[in-house]
Design a protein around this ligand. Structure first.
Ligand code: NOJ
Length: 537
């Protein structure tokens, strides 16, 4: 029957990735910001949770204008987070517990404080001038100065910043403090590939690669076409379609070279290294980033479709089918349900559905990425106006683009500041942290944390859930049902995405109930219930 055995799959296909947002995981220095020593202190928690790999958002030296996604030194550790010795301790502590560690590689742009950019902007003939993307202004008929094209930054406003000293504009797809590197320059490629080698040599197990589809721009930098669907009130980024500024064919060559480096380390050390590309594209174009068997690219281009689509059974069934169909034979699926950029799942779909969502994430075919705090069911967090920190909110206030609510600290126990810090944290905690914290949820067998642990345990015990085949089961209305199969094993997952009871799929009759999102048992699928049933052979 379908599916392949567990041992035929590398760890990153069988495993679950857990995203740690270092600023908000655990503060050990008493300054209200999380750090590496704090993460190390919590490794036992992560190991006991049952995840396989930790992805750390950036911990490199940075002015923190975009909270670490503005890197000023790709091979260092920001003192705010600790030292290289502490990083090494974290890495070996993770490995000692069987956990892999992935870093966040930010190749599209550096900080404007990176020595490379400081040199680049120092004069037009500096050897590093071409490491970034500099252009002359476009001049209006009246002699007025304009950016070289109509590209818009993802944070709003023109993607070009004027440099008075050298009389040219530089490109920044993100903030002006994040100039885009010029990946058409071979020296840039070589320097950035060395960065990957530096961390691989230290023993990291791979990278999540930031905005990978942005990495190369079309030759000549033509204007992007206007987006006919844009209207005021929508993110300014979407005024134009990013046709020429993203997803260029040359980017695939770069991804393949990155993969070659990773594979070199996998072969040499016998430890499989993995690359996960952050790529926001429709399935049809996403699949290409897996490359070909002869010239593979990233192991997994992130699949954000669960975040980007309405929470509705028919929609989700459709997107699972479309995604599965879009994967090349050698591709491996993955699913993301939360991140430091997206709204919290429990805030979006409500607490009752967040439990169903967790069951979905951890039972779909492919590698799940679980975002810190989602295992506690952290929901909406109100950020008082004077505590807003996210540049995306600060640049375009009031459009609902702020990411602070999903970046608030973890709550570990009922002590002051939830045990996250001895002092007021950089962002406020969720208001219900006294009940919604790790210690309290560990004591409660019905908590979101207990459910998450149970799901991760079951996933580890049942190869069908991690590497088995996926087969949809027809369902009406709010029912989303599918089977996962390996060898003789058939597990039915039935999810009720609504709040009214539904009949269970026929296949569930006589089966063995393995796990429900709700306490107790019923003959039907209760409102907001998710259920996993072993189907009799
Ligand atoms: C994606 C990251 O996840 C986000 O937090 C960041 O602002 C942008 N890339 C720019 O690096």
């Amino acid at each position: 029957m379908g599916g392949t055995s567990d041992s035929e799959h590398p760890w990153w296909e069988r495993g679950v990735v857990y995203q740690v947002y270092p600023r908000s995981f655990q503060d050990s220095g008493g300054n209200g910001v999380g750090d590496l020593a704090g993460i190390e202190r919590r490794l036992d928690y992560l190991a006991s949770l049952g995840v396989d790999a930790i992805w750390l958002s950036p911990v490199f030296p940075s002015p923190m204008v975009d909270f670490g996604y503005d890197v000023a030194d790709y091979t260092g550790i920001d003192p705010l987070f600790g030292t290289m010795a502490e990083f090494d301790r974290l890495l070996s502590g993770a490995h000692a517990r069987g956990l892999r560690l992935l870093l966040d590689f930010v190749p599209n742009h550096s900080s404007d404080q990176h020595p490379w950019f400081r040199e680049s902007r120092s004069s037009r003939d500096n050897p590093k001038r071409d490491w970034y993307i500099w252009r002359d202004p476009k001049l209006g008929a009246d002699g007025s100065r304009h950016p070289p094209n109509n590209w818009i930054s993802d944070f709003g406003g023109s993607a070009w910043a004027w440099d008075e000293a050298t009389g040219q504009y530089y490109l920044h797809a993100m903030l002006p403090q994040q100039p885009d590197l010029n990946w058409r320059n071979p020296e840039v490629r070589a320097a950035m590939f060395d960065v990957m080698r530096f961390w691989f040599e230290r023993g990291v197990d791979g990278f999540r690669i930031d905005v990978l589809w942005h990495i190369v721009k079309a030759q000549g930098l033509p204007d992007n076409p206007p987006n006919p669907d844009w209207e005021p009130g929508i993110n300014e980024r979407d005024r134009v379609i990013q046709l020429y500024s993203t997803d260029q064919p040359e980017a695939h060559e770069i991804a393949a070279e990155m993969r070659e480096i990773a594979d070199g380390y996998s072969v040499r050390t016998g430890q499989e290294r993995v690359l996960i590309g952050e790529i926001f594209l429709p399935f049809g174009r996403l699949a290409a980033w897996a490359g070909t068997p002869a010239r593979p690219e990233v192991h997994m281009p992130f699949n954000f479709s669960l975040i980007e689509n309405p929470w509705d059974a028919a929609t989700i069934a459709g997107l699972i089918a479309d995604y599965e169909a879009s994967l090349p034979a050698w591709g491996w699926p993955n699913w993301v349900l939360g991140s430091h950029d997206a709204q919290r799942t429990a805030a979006r779909v409500g607490q009752a559905q967040a439990r169903v969502a967790m069951m979905l994430l951890l039972t779909l075919r492919g590698t799940p990425t679980l975002y810190q705090g989602d295992e506690l069911g952290i929901g909406e967090v109100a950020i008082p106006p004077d505590r807003v920190r996210d540049p995306r909110e600060l640049r375009q206030p009031g459009l609902g683009l702020g990411r602070d609510p999903s970046r608030t600290p973890m709550a570990w126990d009922g002590s002051p500041h939830g045990g996250f810090s001895e002092t007021e944290p950089w962002l406020p905690l969720h208001s219900d942290w006294r009940a919604r914290n790790v210690a309290a949820e560990e004591r409660d067998p019905t908590s979101m944390l207990s459910l998450t642990r149970a799901l991760l345990r079951l996933r580890r015990a049942e190869a069908a859930l991690s590497v088995g085949d996926y087969a949809p089961v027809a369902g009406d209305g709010a029912l989303l049902a599918y089977e996962r199969r390996v060898g003789e094993t058939r597990l039915l997952v039935a999810l009720n995405l609504g709040d009214k009871a539904l009949a269970l799929p026929n296949a569930a009759r006589g089966g063995e109930r393995l796990l429900s999102t709700l306490p107790g048992e019923a003959t039907e699928l209760r409102g907001n219930e998710g259920l996993i049933v072993r189907i009799a052979a």
